[in-house]
Design a protein around this ligand. Structure first.
Ligand SMILES: [Zn+2]
Length: 197
């Protein structure tokens, strides 16, 4: 018994096409947002992507995308895909292990409640997001779950820096494109209305 998660072929090719170094946070987020757009245009997953980079050099480890529907796997969010791929590629379960450079996760919005936990367990030292407000849920209808009210402080107390508002408008443009595409919003419980919706 086993299961396998894979990136779609276009995402493998796009990873190979990117430069090895993406020096600025804007470079890194632009690549992540590009992947999120391609993921909906290619109909290979939801409008989410994430990248793992060496924080200080911008060396790219991998950029991954959401694969929930394609893989029949509700946990195949972009962050889980990407952190898991990075750990496989680097041969470690702990991206913050001894002797390793500081690794950074770049995501096109604040992680959902599941991916927030995955961030804590991953060993990354830095989280870069395009935004953290209600716009994602308002535009798309996804239910991101009951995030901790002091989510940012809880990360920082564990040595994970948080950098918000990087290319916010570019990320929102992809969510708007997704919302107008008629694609499925795959919340759990078969579309039960989330609290507050
Ligand atoms: Zn998630």
């Amino acid at each position: 018994m086993h299961f396998t998660l894979t990136l779609p072929p276009w995402a493998v090719a796009e990873n190979e096409r990117l430069p090895a170094l993406l020096p600025t946070l804007e470079d890194r987020m632009a690549a992540v947002v590009h992947f999120s757009r391609l993921n909906i245009e290619q109909q290979t997953g939801g409008p989410f992507a994430a990248g793992v980079f060496e924080r200080d050099t911008g060396r790219r480890v991998v950029i991954g995308v959401n694969r929930v529907m394609a893989a029949n796997c509700s946990s195949a969010h972009a962050e889980v895909m990407t952190l898991s791929l990075a750990q496989q590629l680097l041969g470690t379960y702990d991206l913050g292990g001894p002797g390793m450079p500081a690794y950074q996760l770049v995501v096109n919005w604040r992680p959902c409640v599941m991916c927030y936990g995955a961030v804590l367990w991953s060993g990354i030292r830095s989280l870069v997001i395009a935004g953290s407000g209600p716009e994602l849920e308002q535009i798309t209808g996804f239910d991101e779950g009951p995030i901790h009210p002091d989510w940012r402080g809880e990360l920082e107390r564990r040595g994970i820096e948080v950098i918000d508002h990087v290319l916010t408008e570019a990320a929102l443009a992809v969510y708007r494109q997704f919302a107008t595409s008629g694609a499925t919003v795959y919340n759990g419980r078969g579309g039960t209305t989330p609290p507050g919706a």
